[in-house]
Ligand binder design. Structure first.
Ligand SMILES: NC(=O)c1ccc[n+]([C@@H]2O[C@H](COP(=O)([O-])OP(=O)(O)OC[C@H]3O[C@@H](n4cnc5c(N)ncnc54)[C@H](O)[C@@H]3O)[C@@H](O)[C@H]2O)c1
Length: 333
């Protein structure tokens, strides 16, 4: 069935997105709607009925409240869907030091539930979400998909477990699943736990001193619209089935240089102060990440469109417009 699936045209496709109310998920849902897909989204149940970044889209999206740890709930929600994007996860690295079991339950068991439901429903395509954190500090750059996996945090380990469960379902059960592996993503709606929004919120909020963790690690930042288009390109690629595909811009920048760029975007200079509390344990710090995105280009026709400077300008504008609702806490990269 998967071989016959043509996702060059998304109109009328019955799509299911877990984590659809989140940062990347909401951009993906909006993009799918723009392409004419019929979207159902699993939103993490909250007694208050909050639907995160899908607020206002209740008429366009079939919203199902639930929890990926609940297998029968996930099974019923996926019945009748053609394509499944699985993004729901616990993503904070610091919290994974405190609560590793939660990461196993949500990220590994939750993924197993989604895989099982996709098998039962006979979906034509599933895209499982990995992360560049699974590579750990680069042993060589740029990092291609053959780079060793190094679980430097419980978050990374839980994602490695989930990725392997996904690939095993391709090998053992011929489930047409592809693993998309985004590098650091940024843009409007990202929580201030992440490095770019926390710096922008501090700069725009008018602080005199910018509190940061280590400024030497490097990252490869990808604008969220590009990440979302990468998810759809991977889903549409027959070649990607049973494989991992990196989605990253292919440009490396240190946190220190990122700060300089953000200072120039916002137009105000401040003193940078290292906050011991924001440092990761030594062995857990991922010092260097830079994507080799050749596979995404060759197999899926994907390439990033938004240069870092432009993406940062758009993100700064969003932070300025939403400053009153943003809270600066500890953050992660
Ligand atoms: N943001 C990045 O830089 C980045 C980079 C690489 C990979 N990723 C991956 O992309 C995906 C989306 O991340 P994001 O940055 O949008 O973060 P996010 O926290 O905004 O999204 C995660 C979503 O999962 C949902 N969720 C958490 N636990 C759940 C549960 N038990 N049941 C149902 N839903 C649950 C949350 O409500 C949230 O909407 C994650 O899988 C993450 O690991 C993110």
């Amino acid at each position: 069935m998967s071989e016959g699936l043509d996702l060059t045209d998304w109109s009328g496709r019955k799509v299911f997105v877990t984590g659809g109310e989140g940062f990347i998920g909401s951009h993906l849902v909006e993009r799918l709607l723009r392409h004419g897909a019929q979207v159902r989204a699993l939103v993490h149940y909250s007694p208050s009925g909050r639907v995160g970044w899908l607020e206002g889209l209740q008429d366009d999206v079939d919203i199902v409240q639930g929890d990926v740890r609940d297998g029968s709930r996930v099974r019923r929600a996926i019945e009748g869907r053609d394509v499944v994007f699985h993004l729901a996860a616990l993503i904070g690295i610091p919290y994974s030091y405190d609560a590793p079991e939660s990461y196993v339950q949500t990220n590994v068991v939750g993924t197993q539930n989604v895989l099982d439901a996709c098998r039962a429903a006979g979906v034509a395509r599933m895209v499982h979400t990995s992360t560049s954190e699974v590579y750990g500090t680069a042993r060589y750059v740029p990092i291609d998909e053959e780079h060793p996996l190094q679980p430097q945090s419980p978050y990374s380990a839980s994602k490695i477990g989930a990725d392997m469960m996904a690939l095993s379902h391709y090998h053992a059960f011929e489930l047409p699943v592809a693993v998309v592996r985004p590098f650091n993503t940024y843009g409007p709606r990202q929580s201030t736990r992440a490095v770019i929004p926390t710096i922008l919120a501090q700069l725009i909020g008018g602080v005199e001193q910018l509190h940061l963790g280590s400024t030497t690690p490097t990252r490869d930042f990808n604008y969220v619209e590009d990440t979302a288009s990468g998810f759809m390109a991977v889903a549409a690629s027959h070649r990607a089935i049973g494989h991992v595909v990196n989605i990253g811009a292919g440009r490396e920048i240190s946190i220190g240089d990122l700060v300089k760029l953000l200072i120039s975007v916002v137009g105000r200079d401040v003193e940078v102060v290292t906050d011991e509390e924001r440092l990761r344990p030594t062995g857990s710090e991922v010092e260097r990440l830079l994507a080799n995105n050749e596979r995404a280009h060759a197999w899926c026709g994907w390439q990033p469109e938004v240069p870092l400077e432009e993406g940062l300008r758009r993100t700064a504008e969003w932070v300025r417009d939403n400053l009153s609702s943003l809270r600066v806490r500890g953050y992660h990269v």
